[in-house]
Design a protein around this ligand. Structure first.
Ligand code: APR
Length: 310
């Protein structure tokens, strides 16, 4: 039987998620939005059905505002909420989006209790924490999509600076999804060659800074709204690893219970994604400077979670 992917939120990111999921034939896709946006998501779904003959996929795509339609979903990807506008930081979104996520969590718990859940709504780390608290789902069933995107941004900036194929850049960004995130140049390689051996400190610092501010750079360029192609693709990579039991090791926002000295907080760490969901968190031996950066990002995430009062 075909798998089923439920997309909660059918806006900018939701529509690209639907397209990518269909193009990869990950399963049938249901796009759910609020009643006011039911017709637009129905329209997007119909448009995607009409793309199928040339897109070479048989996935069925539908739009709805009724949670009954997500019943039996294998994967739920959540983008419901407001995106960041220019001049707004992710924390400004907190008040509005927390109420939305609580509502979504109640409904996912009721209608798709076995689904692997990937959350994109910002401020990400706090929204994942809230979703997990409200649903009470096992920790392997809930991740946030942030590190996968932050790492993609880091890799693409390095490729742009160094003039090498992005395919050969292996690296990781840990921590919260915000300016305190922790790219790890010490562990970055270009086709097996350590980055620190071929790039100057100035270049590395420039890329690290640009990675930390990458979301804001796009918000400024767009004027309204935030990034959508790359967040959608990053979430699909996680979903695919789960659905196909690929065993990708991806930086995801996962529940830490002692790892990296972090307790009871969702934060970006390397995760093994299999048919069991976020099966394992890998711990990396960090140096003192990296440990301090992890402490700073942990405190920033904790502050936002505390503001949620959940
Ligand atoms: N249930 C379902 N959908 C909702 C709800 C809700 N309670 N509240 C809002 N939505 C829908 C909106 O109607 C809209 O269609 O969520 C969609 C969000 O889409 P956009 O506004 O286009 O935002 P997008 O760019 O997709 O970003 C979504 O992901 O990366 C984060 O910061 C970003 O928090 C934002 C989220």
């Amino acid at each position: 039987m075909r798998k089923k992917i439920a997309l909660i939120g059918g806006g900018q990111i939701g529509q690209i998620l639907a397209m990518l999921a269909a193009q990869k034939e990950l399963g049938n896709v249901v796009i759910l939005d609020i009643p006011d946006f039911e017709n637009p998501v129905k329209g997007k779904a119909l448009d995607l059905m009409q793309m199928a003959p040339h897109g070479n996929y048989d996935s069925h795509i539908s739009g709805t505002s009724d949670y009954k339609d997500i019943k039996g979903a294998d994967v739920v990807i959540i983008t419901a909420g407001l995106p960041r506008k220019e001049g707004m930081n992710r924390e400004d979104l907190l008040k509005t989006n927390i109420e939305i996520i609580k509502n979504v969590a109640e409904n996912v718990k009721k209608y798709a209790p076995d689904a692997f859940c990937i959350i994109l709504t910002n401020p990400l780390d706090a929204m994942v924490y809230t979703f997990h608290k409200v649903t009470g789902f096992p920790k392997n069933q809930v991740v946030g999509m942030a590190g996968t995107l932050d790492t993609a941004r880091y890799r693409s900036f390095l490729a742009m600076e160094l003039g090498v194929s992005v395919a050969d850049i292996a690296g990781i960004v840990l921590g919260g999804h915000g300016p305190t995130m922790v790219p790890l140049p010490r562990l970055t390689t270009i086709g097996g060659v350590p980055l620190t051996e071929i790039a100057s400190k100035e270049l590395i610092d420039k890329v690290v800074k640009r990675t930390r501010e990458a979301g804001t750079e796009i918000v400024k360029l767009f004027g309204r709204g935030s990034a959508f192609f790359s967040p959608a693709k990053s979430a699909i990579v996680i979903a695919e690893s789960y659905l196909k039991d690929k065993g990708r090791v991806l930086p995801c926002t996962a529940l830490c219970e002692g790892e990296y000295g972090i307790d009871n907080l969702f934060i970006g760490v390397p995760c093994l994604i299999t048919a069991n969901g976020a099966e394992k968190v890998f711990e990396i031996e960090l140096n003192d400077e990296e440990k301090n950066l992890m402490k700073t990002t942990m405190n920033a995430v904790k502050k936002t979670v505390d503001e949620c009062k959940i």
